[in-house]
Design a binder for this molecule. Structure first.
Ligand SMILES: Nc1nc2c(ncn2[C@@H]2O[C@H](COP(=O)(O)OP(=O)(O)O)[C@@H](O)[C@H]2O)c(=O)[nH]1
Ligand SMILES: [Mg+2]
Length: 453
């Protein structure tokens, strides 16, 4: 997610040795400045950051460690607003009411769905969405589809006005003890009085705990400017940057908090529901400096993985009984974690690998599609026991799945060797083997062992 920025920090840090002088520090900060500007971080933010890093480093004697500490501290600083909420903050008395606002097409409706999914899956909360965008019929339909997919309740009524539907939704939330209410509102292509008036009215009725401004990261500094305007006219408590997957530079995310004076709270990086990341300053800084974000990863994994199911699976793997049904079940669990690239970016030292992986899509990769087609052509017995698959059965599978027999053979072979490897890993000495493998993969990879959080 922050490949370019992480690379530039790494390169700047490389300019300083353990003990060094003013000249080396200047070299490092000049390089840092150049790459931050290139990554689209606002010049004022860059100037302040560099100044602070320079004076911090000098204060403690110029050297690599001092520089790292200063950079870490000042980065955290520019991503933090004193006293403001972080990530998702719950109101002291439920339900927590969140008003989602922004321009048309910025990603409000999608982000509303993602946020609901995050709260339901990771925070185990009861979430209600109110469809208060009644400008277009399609908007309600879009929310119906999204909420059906993630199994979250929706209050919608095409015949009502935005304020009516908000009132109705809030009553339902009180009555049925929802933890969180997310209100999706209408946007316009540009900021105009009518939009602001409608929002002000909805805000009055909703009395929200949070107002999240959803901004399209691909619009660069425009995202910041419109956020500033909404802050002035309506008042906002947080910003969510959507479509971050399309923006490889990432600088907007770094400058935004400082520029708007309101913290960036979430980042959306993909069209699917799990593609939403909390933006928590110290975790992001750790990631920017190549040290990974183990906390977020653990939270995601804990939410996606059912411990009972995990235990059952481990037993099966140990006994060499892992079959195609298990495989499909595992794929479903993996999907909940989000894209492979974002997962890899959170593992210390794996940032480089994430880049190489590109955006491997678990659902749509041709390999996975092939396996799914094959499995759907198998009889229940064959799914349970891949060893049953002799040549006659394989021919039948190939035909049923529309594949070449060669492809079927290859997939089966891969499946068997993967199951065998999993069995070895889960047995005695497996942990060591896994560590060796990880160490090998990390060889030459980034990461600064000296950076602690
Ligand atoms: N690639 C990508 N597309 C997104 C993201 N968020 C939203 N979109 C897409 O942007 C378009 C507009 O989103 P929508 O939620 O309808 O915007 P709204 O008009 O503000 O409600 C849709 O096609 C979404 O799929 C994101 O994080 N990444
Ligand atoms: Mg919408």
């Amino acid at each position: 997610m922050f490949d370019t920025l992480t690379d530039s920090f790494k390169s700047a840090i490389g300019k300083i040795r353990f003990h060094d002088d003013d000249k080396a520090l200047k070299k490092a900060t000049t390089e840092l400045k150049k790459s931050l500007l290139k990554a689209d971080v606002h010049h004022k933010v860059v100037k302040e950051l560099i100044k602070a890093v320079e004076s911090d480093t000098k204060q403690n004697g110029i050297g690599k460690d001092q520089f790292l500490v200063a950079l870490q501290k000042e980065l955290t600083n520019i991503l933090t607003v004193e006293g403001a909420a972080k990530g998702f903050t719950f109101a002291s008395k439920p339900p927590t009411v969140v008003l989602m606002i922004g321009l048309q097409g910025s990603g409000k409706t999608t982000t509303t769905g993602k946020l609901a999914y995050f709260l339901k899956e990771q925070k185990k909360k009861k979430v209600l969405i109110i469809a208060a965008d009644l400008q277009r019929l399609a908007a309600v339909e879009q929310l119906k589809q999204i909420t059906a997919g993630i199994e979250v309740d929706l209050v919608a009524d095409e015949g009502a006005t935005p304020t009516q539907i908000v009132k109705e939704g809030l009553k339902k939330a009180e009555r049925e003890l929802y933890d969180v209410v997310l209100i999706d509102t209408a946007g316009r292509l540009a900021i105009d009085e009518e939009l602001m008036d409608e929002l002000a009215e909805v805000k009055k009725v909703a009395n929200p705990d949070e107002l999240f401004y959803v901004a399209d990261a691909m619009t660069g500094q425009d995202a910041v400017r419109t956020a500033q305007t909404f802050k002035e006219k309506i008042g906002i408590t947080g910003v969510v940057l959507s479509k971050f997957d399309g923006d490889s530079k990432g600088g907007v995310a770094l400058g935004l908090t400082q520029q708007v004076g309101v913290p960036l709270r979430f980042i959306g990086a993909g069209e699917k529901m799990p593609d939403l990341e909390q933006f928590i300053a110290d975790r992001i800084v750790s990631r920017l400096m190549g040290a990974g974000d183990v906390e977020s990863l653990a939270e995601k994994a804990a939410a996606a993985i059912d411990p009972k199911e995990a235990k059952r699976m481990t037993q099966k793997i140990k006994k060499g009984q892992f079959n195609f049904n298990d495989f499909l079940a595992q794929m479903e669990q993996m999907k909940k974690l989000g894209s492979m690239k974002s997962i890899m970016g959170m593992i210390p030292g794996m940032g480089n690998m994430a880049k190489q992986l590109g955006d491997m899509d678990l659902e749509n990769s041709s390999e996975i599609k092939m396996i799914k087609a094959m499995v759907s052509s198998m009889t229940p017995k064959e799914r349970e026991n891949p060893d049953l698959l002799n040549n006659t059965r394989k021919r039948r599978l190939a035909k049923g799945a529309g594949l070449e027999q060669m492809q079927v053979n290859r997939v089966l072979k891969q499946f068997k060797s993967a199951a065998k490897m999993a069995k070895q890993m889960s047995g005695k000495g497996g942990k060591k083997k896994m560590e060796d493998m990880l160490a090998q993969m990390q060889g030459g990879g980034g990461g600064f062992p000296g950076v602690r959080r």
